[in-house]
Design a protein around this ligand. Structure first.
Ligand SMILES: Cc1cc2nc3c(=O)[nH]c(=O)nc-3n(C[C@H](O)[C@H](O)[C@H](O)COP(=O)(O)O)c2cc1C
Length: 320
């Protein structure tokens, strides 16, 4: 059967999953500026979702109509939990399920999860198969890196391709490299060539250091990926997915967006999320205009929407 991934126009763009960043609220903000073809949730633990603590994390699977199509990203250790959560994801109306095999954080690697699976093939295989069994007709994809400590594209990618994945996102660095070195896009190209030979049905998404739409198109032309995923580029440019080169935004536009984000955050999450989480977004909006740093210094002291609104009002009327 043709999957959702094959129906996407090529090339397509996706917003990267980013923990504590790409929640429903931020995805709505991105969609209102320039919408990518696909969204992902933050990575969410299958063990957590199958435990009594489920209510504390299920909000990570919250989304609105404007965020469709959206893929649920999961991680964890127990194949049985992947199976159960795949069933849950199917019921929640996601377009697909993505398994995280790339996160390099020490806490997850300690358990052998995420990027730890790169060097544990039998277990990686079990997890993919359990997810596919629970997913029924829903497409299953993997997001990974090109190795744990050394580059092993030639070995790891054919292994993944042998599992009939619907899509495969490749972040062109090893886990050890974190994001500290330039992305090895030539390795991503190698993965595309392997795909062409071994399993033409798997859609390949390239990821790493892509700044915006124009940069993404350059990467598509050079490295032949089907789609491109942008992560940190969105922090510098909320219009990263726009096909038009953007005029510089006015101070008023940026402050309106900042207020909308703070209001939507408060309305959506209420007490569920600590307001301090919002502080990390202020730099996105309060940048690129005179005295932006003065505004930022004040914004990062806020604890509530009221305080944000007051500071923005003082700034725009010249009292700050
Ligand atoms: C703050 C932050 C959180 C991240 N959280 C996740 C995550 O939950 N799941 C995931 O697969 N990757 C996660 N990543 C990795 C990104 O999805 C992406 O692969 C990486 O940033 C490289 O792309 P970029 O150079 O476009 O940023 C995260 C990255 C950042 C910066």
């Amino acid at each position: 059967m043709k999957s959702f991934w094959q129906d996407l126009p090529k090339p397509f763009f996706a917003l990267a999953p980013m923990e504590d960043v790409t929640d429903s609220v931020f995805r709505q903000m991105v969609a209102s500026c320039a919408k990518p073809y696909v969204f992902f949730t933050e990575f969410t633990s299958v063990e957590g979702l199958c435990s009594r603590g489920k209510d504390k994390i299920i909000h990570q699977f919250q989304f609105t109509e404007t965020e469709r199509p959206i893929i649920a990203q999961i991680w964890g250790m127990q194949p049985e939990n992947y199976y159960q959560v795949a069933k849950l994801i199917t019921r929640l109306g996601f377009a697909g399920i993505d398994i995280n095999m790339g996160c390099p954080e020490r806490v997850v690697l300690k358990h052998g999860a995420c990027a730890g699976l790169i060097n544990n093939r039998p277990f990686a295989s079990e997890i993919i198969k359990a997810t596919q069994a629970g997913a029924d007709q829903l497409p299953v994809s993997v997001k990974t890196r090109i190795g744990l400590n050394t580059i092993i594209t030639d070995d790891w990618i054919p292994f993944l391709l042998s599992h009939n994945l619907d899509a495969l996102t490749i972040h062109g660095r090893t886990a050890r490299e974190l994001s500290d070195v330039p992305c090895h896009w030539e390795e991503i190209k190698k993965a595309v060539e392997l795909r062409n030979k071994l399993n033409p049905n798997t859609v390949i998404i390239g990821n790493g250091d892509v700044e915006d739409y124009a940069d993404g198109i350059k990467k598509v032309n050079e490295y032949k990926v089907d789609g491109v995923m942008i992560g940190r580029g969105i922090f510098k440019n909320l219009w990263a997915f726009s096909q038009k080169s953007q005029e510089p935004k006015t101070l008023e536009e940026m402050l309106q967006l900042l207020l909308r984000h703070a209001q939507l955050f408060t309305k959506t999450w209420g007490e569920k999320k600590n307001f301090l989480v919002l502080r990390r977004f202020f730099k996105i909006y309060a940048s690129g205009f005179p005295r932006a740093s003065v505004l930022r210094e004040q914004l990062i002291t806020t604890h509530s929407l009221d305080e944000v609104e007051k500071i923005v009002a003082e700034f725009t009327t010249g009292r700050l």
